[in-house]
Ligand binder design. Sequence first.
Ligand SMILES: Cc1ncc(C[n+]2csc(CCOP(=O)(O)OP(=O)(O)O)c2C)c(N)n1
Length: 802
Amino acid sequence: MQSPTLKNISLSYEDFKKEILNDYKIAITSRECSVLGRREVLNGKATFGIFGDGKEVPQIAMAKSFRDGDFRSGYYRDQTFMMAIGKLTPLQYFSALYAHTDIKFDPMSAGRQMNSSFATHSLDDKYNWKDLTLQKNSSADLSPTGSQMPRLLGLGLASKIYRENDTINSNKFSNKGNEVAWGTIGDSATSEGLFFETINAAGVLQVPVIISVWDDNYGISVPSKYQTTKGDISEVLSGFQRDEKNKGYEIIKVMGWDYPSLITTYQRAEEISRSNHVPVLVHVKELTQPLGHSTSGSHERYKSKERLEWESEFDCNSKMREWIIINQISNEKDLKHIEESVKKEVREAAKKAKSLSMSETKKNIENLTDQIKIIFNNSIDPNIAQIVNGLNSIKEPLKRDFFSNTRKILRELIRLKSPKKEILSEWLEDIKSKTQIDYSSHLYSESKFNPIRISEVSPIYHEESKIEDGRIVIRENFDAILKKYDNVLIFGQDSGKIGGVNQGLEGLQEKYGETRVFDTGIREATIIGQGIGLALRGLRPIAEIQYLDYLLYAIQIISDDLATLHYRTRGKQKAPLIIRTRGHRLEGIWHSGSPMGGIINFIRGIYVLVPRNMTKAAGFYNTLLEGDQPALVIECLNKYRSKEKLPDNLGDFKTPIGKVDLILEGSDITIVSYGSSIELVEEAAQELNKFNIKVEIIDCQSLIPFDLNHDIAKSIEKTNRLLIVDEDFSGGASAYILNELISNQNIYNYLDSNPKLLTAKNHRPAYGSDGDYFSKPSMDDIFDVSYNIMHESSPNKFPKKF
Ligand SMILES: Cc1ncc(C[n+]2csc(CCOP(=O)(O)OP(=O)(O)O)c2C)c(N)n1
């Protein structure tokens, strides 16, 4: 059903007619899917539905200019576009609505995302890149409004980089940078900061993006006049319009019901953007939403009678139909015939999708019934018989019905003290472990490239190895990285010309050019979005956030987009972005925070590494670049000027991920910490040694993943005492570490003393050295807490101190 392109093809009149009728067929197929989809939800056959009704015709026009290699970054209204580029069938559409967990049936997310969340596959079954230049691509949708915008910037920027730097291997990703990144957004979502940040950045960078605003005058119930100044987004953005003197945007307005104008508009937009890399904004006005926002409410509640009448008259599909008849491309009778057959096709697709989505559960219920007969030898306990009969009577059973009822039977078997419960419980466990994969796989890379599989390579030194500032070690290593990998790009605020505020990239822009090491504006969310988009197109970006405290500006997009990308596509897309930042212990409220508890809990799906010095940090970058897993690396601000030995094997030594570092062996107490606090723990250990307390210090260095070998438990088994030192607030990363140790390493039995957590005060750190001393754990605090633990267990040996 894919829509062909009118452009550059000299069509016979017959072919021209055929193409238009095919377009009309796509539009009404999409509408029929919306109508039936809504009905299915309202009838309780699916839980929630959001649809693309009223936006069909512009999407068909957009699809005509969308080429192989291009990328879409859009939102939940784009079903018609996906159908028109041949990436969505009605069967797949309904499989997603019924949350079918088989990727063959719901290729968008294997049932993980709400319906109308679209995506294509960038990876093959072995997680290798497919040739993205030979297919039409869509980055995976996400629900938070406007969040598709930041990565659009990177998707567009990738074309520019591939075009401007032909030393980068673009095989599989680009044909001389000719690809356009196509964004779509609702008119109300343009109120989001992410939209404005992206618009500005794309204008500055002059990247080939074409952003369509589907304007139906409402964001759920709130009309444009409350969303947008002057109630008109292209009016507001008119200052971005390019002219003879200044580069900027081409801004085009078009009516969403005007099929021929829409086609020429998109052809024009494409010509401007693809060849000249100019960003284009297409404001598609006068769209409608005949079924209302979603299945959660009806639009009659907030639209006036006049508006509803207007919407019915200007429905884009009806207008297209009128145009077809007026221009004698077809007639009432033939169109009716197409409409009838589409209705039937869609109904059958929905029926088939429903049946396929239940088939595995039905099989399980059948098998359960047989199992029960075997277990009870045909004399079934009446309570259990009732549960089995109840389950068999459910017409459209969910997996939950099967599991919940079987678990109920297992509870009955405990009550009956039946020895047969083992058979059933093993059988169920086997099915459950397989089924759980459908819901919990691919949070992290499952490929052979996951960097936890990469072995440690120690730094090599020689007798006369130079002792340098930490920032030289990291800079020399970045130099080696940029030489080794042609597709590594490093960018951020001040990262280019001056080589970073801490000069870890000093001189590297000069050496590798502005396409490899470059400055960005102060715009953390789109620095990350830029990185996500570049990584989606095969580049290896290292995106810098100047200070850890400012990561919070980007945490939403890291959390919603990057952290869920691999999971929400069930391993069919990846963006192995490395986020580089620096923090801990500088000065004051916004330069020495350590909001680690928030970070690790918001960004599950991303590795979080906190190296205690620059050699460890460099080793983490070297490891990550051989893998395919996104990660956040937090360097310690106070280590750029500390002295470290310069390794010989720059670019090659590797800090292992998910492995702790035993810094000091001891027998009395295990102190676990990471980052800047390690130095203080080391000082405290020296002091404690004077009192004959032997401390074992463990730098956990990799918070996610955490101590995969359970080495900390081995240490506690030896010392029987634990102190966790963390400069985060109480209940933050220290609580996370303790949870890991209790839940996954079962340390409870090894402890002879109450485990202690020493954290910062629950306010932001105050300014100055004294502010630090009174806000964060000091060496003295570490000494006192450790000593008290020892005093409690051996009061005679370690008499009360105070
Ligand atoms: C960040 C965020 N806030 C609120 C919502 C809830 N929400 C979903 S759609 C929507 C309205 C969007 O309107 P518009 O951008 O005009 O797109 P339309 O649905 O009209 O196509 C809202 C408020 C959300 N998904 N994300």
